[in-house]
Design a protein around this ligand. Structure first.
Ligand code: NDP
Length: 337
């Protein structure tokens, strides 16, 4: 993506991205949501889901594969279970549309289960869960996607890279946020390796003939990724597929069919979130217990906690600006103009 040689503020980047989304046919509500998400990823150094994704968003919008003006339908079907039909729009505005229903469910029952279907998730999951932890809540998220991952021992892709995220408040500190693909590597990371022509570690995936491959180009051109952690990781991918693609009423990853929408990239699938108020367990010291465990992990020799790299990168960006190559900045300004 070029050398980082200029720095811009989060607000400046968000505003440029907002203009790009608007120019590509989204409503202002959707543009606000996607721009904040994408700029946040770039700021936090989650670059596989930052500005690198803009051409993919544009292609999906241009072909009509995704509806950038979709108005989500929020339907609380019980006191704690909220179904949201994203109406072929993006997942983030659908989640935002459910904010009031989620608040009501958590306040009245201590838990909200949010099942979003008919939606496109093309980003990292931490932006979906971290805000809940900042409000003192636990949040879990499961998302499925495009079939580009083989089940353990398999040769045909069935799963998406099916990420899972978990966020929790920590007494006296930033929320603890875990956000990871259930494939060995996220697809965006493979694409970044392909751009840099750099090989992947052994065990990452297979080529189109089903042979083990460390070549990112071969994995992207008809090959597939492996799930992490052998058969155990494969079963976690299975769980995510069912939670996000079946329980929500969304599509399974292998059911995606771009049809005439050549070049579209956003996976149309589903996402399930579970949001829990920890104070309902009669354990008022929950956040202190998390803090206690985190300290023990570091004492035990773990070099850092999940999310710490992102927070450090965020802090740096807040002080010095978000690093971005001059070429990329010119490209964004042209797209936004
Ligand atoms: P990584 O393997 O880079 O990181 C996974 C998690 O582990 C992060 O929470 C990370 O924290 C943490 N971590 C990394 N290294 C360490 C360490 N040494 N010690 C402790 N914790 C560590 O993520 P992936 O490549 O699996 O996924 C990247 C992104 O891709 C995710 O945001 C995911 O949501 C997204 N994704 C989105 C998909 C979609 O369909 N929308 C599909 C698949 C993935 P930190 O962030 O601080 O590094």
């Amino acid at each position: 993506m070029g050398q980082a040689d200029v720095h811009i503020s989060f607000d400046e980047l968000r505003s440029l991205l907002r203009d790009i989304f608007l120019r590509n046919g989204t409503s202002s509500m959707v543009a606000d949501s996607l721009a904040a998400n994408c700029a946040g990823c770039e700021r936090d150094g989650a670059i596989s889901h930052g500005i690198f994704r803009i051409p993919g968003y544009m292609a999906s919008l241009a072909t009509g594969w995704v509806d950038g003006k979709a108005k989500p339908d929020v339907n609380p079907v019980s006191s704690s279970f909220i179904r949201i039909d994203a109406r072929n729009g993006f997942a983030q505005p659908a989640l935002a549309a459910g904010a009031q229903a989620i608040k009501t469910a958590v306040e009245s029952t201590g838990i909200a289960i949010v099942a979003i279907r008919n939606s496109h998730h093309f980003s990292a999951l931490w932006p979906d869960v971290e805000p809940f932890a900042r409000e003192g809540l636990l949040a879990l998220a499961f998302v499925n996607g495009l079939a580009n991952v083989v089940p353990h021992g398999g040769r045909t892709p069935v799963y998406g890279t099916n990420p899972i995220a978990f966020a929790t408040p920590v007494a006296g500190g930033e929320p603890l946020v875990v956000d990871q693909a259930t494939s060995v590597m996220a697809n965006g990371e493979v694409r970044l390796h392909a751009l840099a022509n750099s090989p992947l570690p052994p065990g990452t995936g297979i080529d189109s003939a089903g042979r083990p491959s460390t070549d990112p180009h071969a994995i992207l051109a008809g090959g597939a990724l492996n799930t992490f952690g052998g058969y155990k990781g494969s079963s976690i991918a299975l769980m995510v597929e069912l939670m996000a693609g079946a329980l929500t009423g969304g599509q399974l990853s292998f059911e995606n069919d771009f049809g005439d929408c050549v070049g579209a990239q956003t996976p149309k699938a589903g996402q399930l979130l579970v949001i829990i108020d920890p104070s309902r367990g009669g354990n008022a010291r929950y956040a202190q217990r998390v803090s206690h465990l985190c300290s023990r992990l570091i004492d035990a020799g773990q070099d850092r906690l999940p999310g710490q790299r992102r927070y450090a990168t965020r802090l740096n960006a807040e002080r010095f600006g978000i690093p971005i190559s001059e070429d990329n900045l010119v490209r964004l300004k042209t797209l936004a103009a």
